[in-house]
Design a protein around this ligand. Structure first.
Ligand code: GLC
Length: 628
């Protein structure tokens, strides 16, 4: 009997709408229900969703079904991500195709192409100042190239993540240009003021994101007589999410990108999307309502797509992005585990894991609903030392002093530091300083190589491997940042580039070193050692289903200052992660490990029984063990 595709399509859309309607309409009612144009807005939104579904290619509809049947696909232990700049990694989109074997060999199943939509000309904040969300950056290729890459990834079972900046557009975006010409409808897409009075009032409670090179949160444009909200750089104009037209436009763009083959939308700078006088204008409740509603829209029209919400904020503020609280199970599928990253660096510098144990054990639930962390050690941004005064105080030390210590340690000025990094912005009010640098340089490799210090080189390699073993087992999708798998060092050449010199984050955005990759056969080089170990970690992760992100992660205190530990509580038994954050030999009692639920004393990472002596598990410098 012949199928009736149209009728079946309608029925599927109706089912998906029914499934997600309770997640969608209450949010929109609360955000926009008071407006006279609300009913018309709802109709237009439904049309947009219907059209998104109607345009969905067959292979992606099949993927929707596959992921409906396997909703935990992104939580499984075979997932591992890789994050790269298209030009710095491969040149352009077509050339990325030639590098997929390399990524697959490393064990990668998810790639995040750093900003690839059409940016403004000149300095574009690394591509986060977008002038056209429906076009690919011409320097990287065309939309056809993009779709070809998406299809190639899909054929290999690899997911594709791209950035969608929600907080702002470039001032060169068509909407912004119309606004600057005086079009009132488009001025309402942004936050524009006729006088500096309101901006001044807001400014009293706002913080500065780029205090050095883009101070203040507003920009005055005398040519059209407005003060425009510009949280980040002058060329990045904040969108007005209180205007439902903005919501509609963005949904339309989301579905457009999803239908080109995007699996994961990395929603950039989401914390800043809602403004409220007298607050920091970050993570206001409406932000979460918008994000839940956007998530519902994806689930209705392009169900395979996940949302990764980028909010680099303190633990209590971050968890709601993963749905914790009122939006449980209905908001971001993924969010960065910024605290894990910061605590890794803090424990490495102090050789003391107590703060890490306290923060990760106290503030984070042992599992999340329909969501997981993106775990990482480095990314394209700086490291902000997000340790609260309360948490530092709980361990008996001062927050400001610890944060100052960390920035001095990692910019390399602290006596005895192994690191080499660069300062990134300093907040004159709080005195807080952020740091840039590659994983390898911050972990000590650059300095040790310069000093010809063979032990130092060895220790740096071990620190990098420790980090990769940590993010591969903690629970979540481990994201390897381009070049960290071969221990790339800081790239100082950004200082000679007029568009980059003001922004030290370019120090850790080097070009991929394919010559080094060609020489990975030289097993003694630090890069080759890191590569082999990282590949092995991802392979062992794949073979260890107990590391599934859905299984609880429980932080446990070892009683040994230098050793961090957690249990992954799988139905098949506990996996006990042990990590030595020091360059010394340490031990933990076997009896203690048994009390944590492990019995075989096998290390699932090395595939050997753990080294044990007189009832003590022996942990060499920077040891990482997945004990079963
Ligand atoms: C995000 C990006 C960062 C960018 C900012 C503004 O935080 O990760 O690189 O500068 O958004 O778009």
């Amino acid at each position: 009997m012949a199928r009736k595709p149209a009728a079946a399509d309608e029925a599927i859309f109706a089912l998906r709408l029914q499934r997600s309607a309770p997640d969608l309409w209450p949010m929109l009612d609360a955000l926009y229900g008071h407006r006279p144009d609300y009913a018309a807005f709802c109709d237009r939104l439904l049309d947009t969703l219907r059209k998104g579904w109607a345009d969905r290619p067959d292979d992606l509809r099949l993927l929707d079904l596959k992921r409906d049947l396997e909703p935990d696909w992104f939580q499984r232990s075979d997932m591992a991500g890789y994050v790269f700049y298209i030009d710095r990694f491969a040149g352009d989109l077509r050339s990325v195709l030639d590098r997929l074997d390399y990524l697959e060999d490393l064990g990668i199943r998810y790639v995040h192409l750093m900003p690839c939509l059409k940016p403004r000309p000149g300095d574009s904040d690394g591509g986060y100042s977008v002038m056209d969300y429906r076009a690919i950056n011409p320097a990287f290729g065309t939309m056809a190239d993009f779709e070809a890459l998406a299809a190639a990834l899909r054929a290999r079972g690899m997911a594709l993540c791209v950035d969608l900046v929600l907080n702002h557009t470039a001032k060169e975006h068509a909407w912004a240009k119309k606004a600057a010409k005086g079009d009132a409808a488009y001025q309402d897409y942004y936050l524009m003021f006729d006088t500096p009075d309101l901006p001044d009032q807001y400014e009293r409670t706002l913080v500065e994101v780029f205090p050095d090179n883009a101070p203040g949160n507003f920009t005055h444009y005398p040519d059209f007589g407005k003060w425009v909200w510009t949280t980040f750089n002058e060329h990045q104009w904040d969108l007005n999410w209180a205007n439902p037209q903005v919501f509609l436009e963005i949904v339309d763009i989301m579905l457009f990108l999803a239908n080109r083959g995007v699996d994961v939308l990395r929603l950039d700078a989401v914390a800043f999307m809602w403004k409220r006088m007298g607050t920091r204008c970050q993570s206001e409740p409406e932000v979460h309502m918008i994000l839940q509603a956007l998530r519902a829209c994806s689930r209705i029209a392009t169900a395979a797509v996940l949302h990764l919400e980028e909010a680099i904020v303190a633990p209590a503020e971050m968890l709601p992005y993963l749905g914790k609280g009122a939006h449980d199970g209905r908001e971001g599928n993924l969010a960065y585990h910024n605290s894990l990253m910061v605590q890794f660096w803090s424990a490495l510098a102090t050789r003391d894991t107590r703060l890490m144990t306290y923060v990760l054990g106290t503030h984070f639930p042992d599992r999340l609903t329909n969501a997981t962390y993106a775990t990482y050690i480095r990314c394209h941004d700086d490291i902000g030392w997000a340790v609260t005064d309360e948490d530092a105080g709980a361990l008996g030390f001062s927050g400001p002093a610890h944060r100052a210590f960390l920035s001095d340690f990692y910019d390399g000025t602290y006596p005895g530091s192994f690191a080499r990094g660069a300062l990134f912005q300093m907040n004159p009010v709080t005195g807080d300083k952020r740091v840039s640098g590659t994983f390898a340089s911050l972990a000590g490799l650059e300095r040790a190589l310069a000093d010809g210090d063979r032990t130092g080189i060895d220790m740096a390699v071990q620190r990098i491997v420790l980090g990769h073993a940590l993010i591969a087992s903690f629970g979540g999708i481990p994201l390897i940042y381009m070049g960290d798998e071969i221990a790339l060092l800081n790239d100082y050449s950004y200082r000679n580039s007029p568009d980059h010199a003001h922004d030290s984050r370019w120090i850790h955005r080097p070009r991929m070193d394919w010559d080094a990759v060609a020489n990975l056969g030289d097993a003694r080089s630090p890069g080759a050692r890191v590569f082999a170990e990282t590949k092995r970690i991802l392979a062992r992760r794949r073979e260890t289903p107990g590391l599934h992100a859905g299984h609880p992660t429980r932080i446990v205190a070892t009683g040994v200052t230098g050793v961090f530990a957690f249990q992954r509580v799988a139905p098949t038994g506990v996996i006990l992660g042990l990590f030595n954050f020091t360059e010394g030999w340490l031990q933990v009692p076997e009896s203690w490990a048994r009390a944590q639920g492990v019995s075989r004393m096998m290390d699932a990472l090395s595939e050997y029984p753990v080294q044990s002596h007189a009832g003590q598990i022996v942990l060499p410098p920077y040891a990482r063990v997945w004990l079963t």
